[in-house]
Design a protein around this ligand. Sequence first.
Ligand code: CTP
Length: 397
Amino acid sequence: MLTGKHILLIIGGGIAAFKSLDLIRRLRERGASVTPVLTRAGEEFVTPLSVSALAGQKVYRDLFDLTDEAEMGHIQLSRVADLVVVAPATADLIAKMAGGLANDLASTVLLATDTPVLVAPAMNVRMWQHPATQRNLTTLSQDDVSVVGPNDGDMACGEFGPGRMAEPLEIVAAIEARVADGPLSGKRLIVTSGPTHEPIDPVRYIANRSSGAQGTAIARALAAQGAEVVFVTGPADVPPPGGVEVIRVQTAREMQAAVEAALPADAAVFAAAVADWRVEGASSRKLKKSKDGLPRLEFAENPDILRQVAQMKKGRPGLVIGFAAETDDVVENATAKRARKGCDWIVANDVSEASGVMGGAENTVVIIDDSGTESWPTLSKSDVARRLAERIAAALG
Ligand code: CTP
């Protein structure tokens, strides 16, 4: 919930501005108040009247006059909020923020603010991928600006790829993660997610079918409960949630190093599908077909990150949660896995092909802890994540 929270929403000029109207509605439903700022370009896409009607407040516009300044000067406007949200954040606005320009109301407010800022970029694929935009985003992340999205998809300009603004509910989740007080406020959690890629040579790798959807949903749900989340992710199909610290890795050993660096933590959730083996002595050159027969790959065992953290003598997180992806005898195997690894809880699920879990939207899990097993009905992955976050919050109490 966002009861009592105050959001300053800057609406930039892009076709995605229409989604910001829904965003205002969703924020107000959750108890937040929204002060809107509409850029001159934003006015080309949504009208000041619809913005202020939905926000239930005056809309501040680029063409603001002395009355605005008398009522609330732009410096004060930038300070009243718990969070400044820029949605859609156009390439132009992002560039202005990165460069510290202040030549209109939105950029002046952004330069003058001392409250946290979240941006939801929306632009053409090429603009998003342009080195200048990517450079600007690196600058924003150094300035502690959070970013949610963009998502992949068909774009209004007819192209396909990253650039679509995150959906209103994704932006709400990122906002909650940044400002909501929840039962996990003040707690630091590590979440691993996604598959790992273990190189064979510079162009080939061993991977698995994990999409990262469940781990991503868990990180989002924990952040929505107020936790500070370090999200260590392999190359997943789904974008990481907003409002969490994202550390991208490729291999199991990189994931292990990232987890070690992220400790200490109050709890750690190991949702990643880590490859058990890597190719020993992966080739630094591309393997070529040869008359001498097929290449022979030697395997080496990867570090078991869950087991290592669960069995730490010093600095072990108070709650260590593992996942067990099984295709047979789910509860028996998962119970044995919990004992073998030394974790507090195991979230067991059936990943046999018939279950449709891998890559699907739903999950049926059994939680195994000291007190026994708890079977949950089939739920969406985000509901599984929410229930798990609530259970974690209760345990960390
Ligand atoms: N895990 C990990 N590091 C690894 C392997 C697994 O942190 N190198 C974690 C996973 O994130 C998950 C749990 O351990 O939380 C279960 O992983 P799994 O691969 O199913 O366990 P295994 O010991 O490999 O068991 P099995 O071979 O029976 O599948």
